[in-house]
Design a protein around this ligand. Structure first.
Ligand code: LRH
Ligand code: MN
Ligand code: MN
Length: 425
């Protein structure tokens, strides 16, 4: 199914008066409103191909129906999201969960929806049922057996090839490598082997490409992870060279980690590669962005806006803005709309911060004032700005409401059936 510009315009027409009333405060009284709207319009967030179906948990899965059954349908789903909010103009693929058999056709299909391909992800954290000689049970790039490492390296190079064919320009490497028990692994050998393997992948990167080294503190290994934190990721990225960066998945930290500080330092060092946005209460929960800790999301964007100065936060700036989510009880598309919306709001609020006043308060150690400045921005209702940016870009004033009004899920179920399983998590 597709959402025509007329359907979107009709919907916006119904809500326009109400919207204009709320927007009037901004346009009449806030000088920065126009700049914020323009920045929001330019800001695009990539949707992960593996989050378009119900993921479930290891205890069970309760599919919602109408899920995409192949890559083309996944692209169509992201196309729907993008039509609704005009802010989801990219898709990130996980290989081999999604293999573009005819890349030219896939690229064309994506272009029809106004989508480009963000980072391609390799997968050496599970064994594939066919065509895989060696097992990753004891790791991939860190493995004690050179033949396993070679297989994992070749897989990553293959993923780069797929990405090149699609016009992507970055590779995300997330490794589940590590150990479950003390004594199992020689940490230093694991580090050296992983570095050596990553170097071989790095050597295969095309000129304009980037490699994102994603870290994670736990799971599936529970004693040690070989790329377990931003320190080790930064170490690998630094040793690899200028095309390697650290990728921050918000759910991959130990409880209470100060993610905004991590982001600030990585950005300052020129080594922040991008994000996997999501939220978490306990672990790598992959929940809707901003659903648990919206203030943290705002504080992260505050550091980004501060550290990127006048640079626009779009793909051209070089960072990967991606979501990484998994859905258990919600409609995946609705959840992704909520995530994009939350990210846009955090960005808009961060743009509201009075940076001169904040720096002044910091320099004079006026703690209360500094805190107030941030809280003031965070407590501002920026929804009219986000709605206006969506509308001006051709999207809906309220993407989620239109999704429901048009019974999108029901239509997808009619087209695809009730019992559908998307590949991926
Ligand atoms: C690991 C991870 C990584 C994977 C994705 C499926 O937890 O965040 O990004 O590629 O989940
Ligand atoms: Mn991730
Ligand atoms: Mn994760």
């Amino acid at each position: 199914m597709t959402l025509s510009p007329d359907t979107i315009a009709d919907f916006n027409g119904q809500h326009l008066d109400n919207h204009r009333r709320k927007l009037a405060y901004w346009t009449d009284e806030v000088g920065a409103a126009e700049t914020i709207i323009e920045k929001l319009i330019a800001f695009q967030i990539a949707i992960p191909s593996w989050a378009l179906g119900t993921g479930g948990t290891r205890f069970g899965r309760f599919g919602g129906g109408g899920e995409p059954r192949n890559l083309d349908e996944k692209i169509a789903d992201v196309g729907l999201l993008h039509a609704l909010n005009r802010s989801s103009g990219a898709i990130s693929l996980h290989i081999p969960w999604d293999i573009p058999t005819d890349p030219e056709a896939t690229k064309q299909l994506a272009a029809q929806y106004g989508l480009r391909f963000d980072a391609v992800n390799s997968n050496t954290f599970q064994d594939q049922p066919t065509g895989q000689e060696h097992s990753y049970k004891f790791g991939s790039l860190q493995h004690t057996d050179a033949a396993v490492r070679r297989q994992a390296i070749e897989h990553n190079i293959e993923v780069i090839r797929h990405g090149v064919a699609l016009g992507s320009d970055s590779l995300t490497v997330w490794l589940s490598d590590g150990s479950c028990f003390p004594g199992q692994l020689n940490f230093r050998k694991a580090f050296d082997r992983t570095l050596d393997s990553l170097q071989q992948i790095y050597a295969a990167l095309p000129d304009a490409w980037k490699m994102f080294v994603e870290y994670k503190a736990f799971e599936p290994n529970f004693y040690s992870m070989t790329v377990g934190d931003w320190g080790s990721s930064l170490l690998y990225a630094t040793k690899l060279g200028p095309k390697a960066y650290t990728l921050v998945d918000l759910g991959h930290h130990l409880p209470n980690a100060n993610i905004e500080q991590i982001v600030a330092i990585l950005l300052h060092e020129g080594k922040l590669g991008g994000f996997h946005f999501n939220d978490s209460k306990y672990g790598d929960d992959d929940l809707t962005a901003g659903s648990i800790k919206p203030y943290q999301l705002f504080l992260i964007f505050n550091e980004l806006v501060d550290g990127m100065d006048a640079r626009n936060m779009n793909h051209a700036t070089g960072l990967g803005w991606m979501i990484d989510a998994s859905h258990n009880v919600k409609d995946p598309l609705e959840d992704l709309l909520q995530s994009v919306d939350a990210i846009q709001m955090a960005y808009a609020q961060a743009l509201l911060v009075d940076r001169t006043a904040l720096e002044e308060a910091r320099e004079t150690n006026d703690v209360v004032r500094a805190q107030e400045i941030l809280q003031d921005a965070f407590r501002t209702d920026v929804r009219p700005l986000v709605a206006e940016a969506n509308r001006r870009a051709g999207g809906a004033l309220n993407p989620l409401a239109l999704f429901r009004q048009q019974n999108v899920r029901q239509q997808l179920i009619s087209e695809r059936g009730l019992k559908t399983v998307a590949t991926g998590l």
